[in-house]
Design a protein around this ligand. Structure first.
Ligand code: 5GP
Length: 235
């Protein structure tokens, strides 16, 4: 493998060639801005495969992503981007931080969806940003934010459709964007760590909320595996 150039809570970044990097998905699962950490065996493989299937699906639908191909079963070859340290969240159904922050009840439906921006800063628990903050910190211009929001809406249509085909419902998801020349491209990952998926009939949770809520790792892993095997059948 090449030189390690970066490492986050769940992925390592290696140099590859002048235009590409390798993203190696680790087996770590974390919550609470890194306060809770465990090893979930094979999670890196499951998440790399899940992410790859979703990135390929988005590309087929005309959405630009950093995905190029797989290096091995847990390592993705990705376009080298200048990452913007912002988490962009789209919500279809209320749960998570929004029901704690605002007078909104669990399960309220957002039509149109709500988009929010958060600064990637664990020590400050990822504070929410508005357009003024984005411009003040030189993270994104207002025009770029409009582009990001239209990509978020397109990704939502594609993701929601495929997840419905699997018999589940997409509550919310988080994307990170990077620059390639003048273009804004979807980077990072799209996995059950970064979206919320539930069974609409039973309310059963399939995503990282299982881990956040204290379910055992076996239950979490089985949910991640079930999601991936159903995804493989519908894409
Ligand atoms: P919330 O703001 O409700 O905690 O999260 C909204 C959505 O963004 C959820 O799907 C959640 O998984 C995702 N999300 C929020 N913060 C993070 C983060 O720091 N890392 C990851 N992987 N996903 C996040």
């Amino acid at each position: 493998m090449e030189t390690l150039i970066g490492e986050g809570k769940t992925k390592q970044v290696f140099s590859y060639d002048s235009d590409h990097v390798l993203l190696r998905f680790k087996d770590t699962i974390t919550a609470g801005d890194g306060a809770k950490v465990n090893i979930m065996e094979n999670k890196g493989v499951i998440n790399a495969q899940t992410s790859a299937l979703i990135f390929r699906l988005l590309e087929r639908n005309g959405i630009r992503t950093h995905y190029v191909g797989m290096y091995d079963e847990r390592t993705m070859i990705a376009k080298k981007l200048k990452m913007i340290p912002v988490e962009v969240v789209l919500r279809n159904i209320a749960t998570g931080s929004i029901v704690k922050r605002l007078p909104i009840k669990e399960g309220e439906i957002f039509d149109p969806p709500i988009i929010e921006y958060f600064l990637k800063d664990d020590s400050r628990h990822d504070p929410m940003l508005n357009y003024y903050h984005l411009e003040y910190f030189k993270l994104m211009s207002r025009k770029e934010a409009e582009v990001v929001e239209s990509v978020m809406m397109r990704v939502n249509e594609v993701l929601r459709d495929i997840i419905r085909k699997m018999g589940f419902e997409l509550y919310d998801f988080k994307l990170e964007f990077g620059r390639l020349g003048n273009e804004l491209i979807v980077g990072d990952e799209i996995t059950l760590d970064s979206m919320r998926v539930r069974d609409p009939k039973t309310g059963r949770i399939l995503d990282k909320d299982l881990y956040r809520k204290g379910y055992d790792l076996k239950t979490v892993k089985e949910a991640y595996e079930e999601f991936l095997s159903k995804l493989e059948k519908v894409v």
